[in-house]
Design a binder for this molecule. Structure first.
Ligand SMILES: [Zn+2]
Length: 178
């Protein structure tokens, strides 16, 4: 990732959330953001024949003649779909240009690794901003409760609470005060 990207992305996520009238602690809905950006989200159950393998893809950003659509695998758990759609919308917000991004178990199959890292980082900030994670860490909110309140998997909640550095920062501050 380019130096300074994370700082910019944190600010950008708050701006985007503001466009949706969300306060810091409010849960984020990537489908609302897609609507705001005029991007159609199409479910695989609508797009693919019933005989197609359900795990073929978890999400995709596909350019059409007039714009872009997002493909959403609606056979997957809602928490996962939320994060995947947030990731695809992050590519849109960051104005990444590529022919098509398809997300599978390994992430998008694009060759531009930096763009994947950037989209994943921004998606995390959209779903649960760092400052919100920090507040939750001070409140000792368990990952399972974060997951429930933000409509993401417990795994994703743990990722936001830990990889963002929120819990670590709070733990360090507490130790220093003892
Ligand atoms: Zn991607």
């Amino acid at each position: 990732m380019i130096r300074g990207f994370k700082t910019r992305a944190k600010a950008l996520a708050l701006e985007v959330r503001e466009e949706l009238n969300l306060d810091l602690m409010d849960p984020f809905d990537p489908y609302e953001l897609a609507k705001l950006y005029g991007i159609e989200v199409v479910a695989t159950s609508v797009l693919l024949p019933a005989t197609a393998p359900k795990d073929a893809i978890s999400g995709a950003l596909v350019p059409t003649g007039t714009g872009t659509i997002i493909i959403d695998n609606d056979s997957e758990p809602p928490g996962r779909r939320k994060l995947t759609t947030s990731h695809e919308m992050s590519h849109v917000v960051l104005e990444h240009e590529f022919p098509a991004a398809i997300v599978d178990e390994q992430g998008c199959r694009t060759t531009i690794g930096d763009q994947e890292d950037e989209a994943t980082f921004l998606a995390g900030e959209l779903v649960l901003p760092y400052n919100a994670a920090l507040k939750l860490a001070w409140r000792n909110t368990p990952d399972a409760v974060v997951a429930r309140d933000y409509g993401i998997s417990v795994h994703a909640a743990a990722w936001r609470m830990n990889a963002s550095g929120a819990r670590m920062l709070v733990n360090r501050s507490r130790k220093r005060r003892r």
